[in-house]
Each structure stands twice: as structure tokens, then as C-alpha cells.
Design a protein around this ligand. Structure first.
Ligand code: GLY
Length: 418
């Protein structure tokens, strides 16, 4: 099978490395890729948001399967264009991708499916902001009602900070979503979904704040670990049965059946799991950790999902132990990251590239989240040690990373409220 992956982040690098381990995958291509991906896959330039451009490239490289990594092309209908050209594509239609692209659609689907989620209100008129804020908080959860790569979210006990963020979004023409705060630790559960067939991957936890101890602003994700020693297996089963399957069935009922990766972000609170958000694609940086433990050939399951035969795959197989991803971010990320610095140690084992490019044969930083360093081990402590030992070998001026990825879980400090 010849596989073309669309995207340029560490998530796509992780997908490509896992695909490279699948004996059924004979050729790997990526567009547009990055400096690290160039070592695993043939790279091609592409406008990833253009269905026409991606389809033309898929034909040119004789791809049997196109895997679309990021949400923006999915929301814009790139998967529809690829499928319309008769090429198998892993990723939902634009219609189904509204589960991430439109928060109003997602809330409506969840209400119809009987799935617990935060109460929310959309504010698009600045004159209504103060009264709306008074109906929420503390804590206030203020989101950009569109795609914002995780950075449009502010969760705060400070009403002024909530107001400032909402006002800034409104000033730039973005409607604001206010949500009630969901208590309990967060879980990312990725599920392969083909209509009503749902196959879960291992649960993971992201670390969204920039600083140790969950301090500072939200980011696209500073690290993740899997599996979650504090999460009972029956809770994962309950999430699949009571959250993901009803949502998949509701999408089918609406004629917007989902095909691809449905990512449920949940808070496990006093009343059980509640949905924080759905995403229509693999999450970053959880994917880098989750795929490091996958033993089932990835190409086979992505292709089965894309061709409507996921029901033939069965449970996925995993290596024992744990995996941890630690993101190495550029100076001043998540504000305006410094770029253009040479990186030492970027070609190490378990070092996945995100914001990198080749300049005169040297790997230089080219984005906010620059590298994802993945450690694996027999348990979470060993996986953390492996990741942080690998980070020691990397030099990027001004860069920073969190030193506590997975630490609360190791210390037994994560508990589900009862
Ligand atoms: N892990 C957050 C995201 O992928 O959106």
C-alpha cells in the first residue's frame, strides 16, 4: 500500500513512523512535511487546505490511501475531494468534521445523543458579554467558537481575565463560547470510527498549560502520557458505550456518518465522564505517545476505517508499559515564538519534529512547538526517565519544556472525584 500523509507536525511524524513499521506499507509520502519527516517519507509541497491540490498530488504519487492529519483540511472538505476522485481517505467528510469545526453543531449532536457536556452560551455581541459572564463562573471557561488550535481557550477564576479574553476575541470578529466548568481530571480518548463501528485506542492525558504545575497560558499541548494508571478500564468502556457510540450513531442518523478518528476530550467528574470537546482527528501531542505503544499494523487499521471495513479489525494490540511525550517549545511560545535557530540533537531516537525546516542542510526551528520527544518504558516512571534523558541531548537556544509530564500520575495525585 502506498500512503500519503497530509500535515507537517509531530503528530504526522508519529503517524509516519508507525506506518513505516507496518509490513503492508510499501511507500510513504508526506505533504508538506518537515525536516524530520523527510527522513521517513518522500516529501512534496502542497496546499493542504485545497482538495484539488491534495487530490492531484495523491494521483501523481499513486497513493492508495491518503491520511489527513490536521483539522483545517478536514473542515474544508479535503477528504471529500480525495474520496470523490476514487482514492481511499482516512478522515471525515466536511459534514462530519463539524463535530470539531462548529461547537454549536457538536452541542446539538451531544444533546440529541444524550451525552453529558458543559452548559454553554455563544456571545457574539459585546453588549451582552457582561450579563453572560455573570451567568457563569467561577471558574470561567472562555473559548473561541472556531478552530483555534487549543490556544483560543482561557480557563480562569479571574473574571477580569475571562472578560479580557472574550472582549479580544469579539474585537477580532470571533464569536465567543462561554462554558460551565467541568470538574475532574481530563482524558483524551481517540477512537477509530467507521459509521457506527467504534474501536478505541489507549486513553491519554494532555498537559495544556505552558508551565509546570499547570501554570501559565493554554497551548496546543506541552506533553502527554499513556495509558492512565488512575483511570479504571470500565470507565474507558463507559466512554465508548455511553459517549462515542451514541455520538457516532447520531451522526449516521443525520446523514453525516463519521469515518476517521473521533477524539473525545472528557473530564471525569463526580457525575462520571462529561465531554469537554470532540475533535475530528488525532490529537497532538497524545498521538506521539499513543502510537509509540501500538503493535497492530497502523496502515491496515487506517485503511480498514477508510474503506468501511473497520468491523473486521477487532481490538487493537499494544505493547506493555507506558509512553510519554514532552514538547520542546521555542522561546516565547505560546505568544510569538522565536524561530530560525539551529537545533542540535534533532535526529535522535524518539525525537519527532513539528516546527522545523531545513536551511542550508541544517535543521532550524520554524514554529512554536518545535519537537516532541517520546520516551517509552515498562511503566510511567521509566517512560518519563527515557523522555527526559533524550531531551538532555537536544540544544535549542531559549527553548523550554515542562518537567512534570505524567508526574502527578506517577505520584498518585490524580483522583476521580466521588
Ligand atoms: N491535544 C489537544 C489537541 O490535539 O487539540
Amino acid at each position: 500500500m502506498r500512503v500519503l500523509v497530509i500535515g507537517s507536525g509531530a503528530r504526522e511524524h508519529a503517524l509516519l513512523l508507525a506506518l513505516a513499521r507496518d509490513p503492508g506499507v510499501e511507500a510513504l509520502m508526506c505533504a508538506p512535511g518537515n525536516a524530520g519527516i523527510a527522513k521517513v517519507a518522500e516529501q512534496h509541497p502542497v496546499d493542504a487546505s485545497s482538495g484539488e491540490a491534495v487530490t492531484a498530488l495523491a494521483k501523481e504519487v499513486s497513493a492508495d490511501l491518503v491520511v489527513i492529519g490536521p483539522e483545517v483540511p478536514l473542515v474544508l472538505g479535503v477528504a471529500d475531494a480525495v474520496r470523490a476522485a476514487g482514492i481511499a481517505c482516512f478522515g471525515p467528510s466536511a459534514d462530519a468534521a463539524r463535530i470539531e469545526g462548529s461547537k454549536a453543531f457538536a452541542k446539538d449532536v451531544m444533546a440529541a445523543a444524550g451525552v453529558r457536556t458543559a452548559h454553554s452560551e455563544i456571545v457574539d455581541n459585546p453588549a451582552e458579554l457582561d450579563a453572560a459572564l455573570d451567568r457563569f463562573g467561577p471558574n470561567w471557561v472562555v473559548k473561541d467558537d472556531g478552530l483555534a488550535a487549543g490556544k483560543g481557550v482561557v480557563v480562569t477564576t479571574d473574571r477580569d481575565a475571562a472578560r479580557d479574553h472574550a472582549a479580544e476575541l469579539l474585537e477580532t470578529g470571533h464569536p465567543v463560547l462561554l462554558e460551565s466548568f467541568l470538574d475532574g481530571p481530563e482524558v483524551s480518548l481517540f477512537c477509530l470510527v467507521d459509521g457506527e463501528t467504534v474501536v478505541p485506542l489507549l486513553p491519554a492525558q494532555d498537559h495544556k498549560r505552558v508551565g509546570d504545575g499547570d501554570t501559565g497560558p493554554n497551548t496546543g499541548g506541552m506533553g502527554a502520557y499513556t495509558p492512565l494508571p488512575w483511570l479504571p478500564a470500565e470507565t474507558v468502556t463507559a466512554i465508548v458505550d455511553d459517549v462515542v457510540k451514541p455520538v457516532a450513531a447520531e451522526l449516521v442518523k443525520r446523514g453525516s456518518g463519521f469515518s476517521g478518528l473521533l477524539y473525545a476530550g472528557l473530564a471525569i467528574g463526580t457525575a462520571g465522564p462529561a465531554v469537554v470537546e470532540f475533535n475530528c482527528r488525532f490529537g497532538d501531542p497524545e498521538t506521539q505517545a499513543v502510537l509509540a505503544l501500538l503493535e497492530t499494523p497502523l496502515g491496515e487499521v487506517l485503511n480498514a476505517t477508510a474503506t468501511g471495513t473497520l468491523d473486521t479489525v477487532g481490538e487493537l494490540q499494544w505493547r506493555d508499559g507506558a509512553a510519554v511525550t514532552v514538547v520542546v517549545a521555542a522561546e516565547n511560545y505560546p505568544a510569538t515564538p522565536r524561530t530560525g535557530d539551529a537545533i542540535v540533537g534533532s535526529d535522535g531516537d524518539g525525537v519527532l519534529h513539528a516546527g522545523t525546516k531545513l536551511v542550508d542542510g541544517k535543521v532550524v526551528s520554524a514554529g512554536g512547538r518545535v519537537l516532541s520527544v517520546v520516551g517509552v518504558g515498562d511503566d510511567l516512571t521509566a517512560a518519563r526517565n527515557d523522555a527526559y534523558a533524550k531531551i538532555e541531548t537536544i540544544k535549542l537556544p531559549g527553548s523550554h519544556f515542562r518537567s512534570d509530564i505524567g508526574l502527578s500520575a506517577v505520584e498518585g495525585k490524580i483522583t476521580i472525584p466521588s
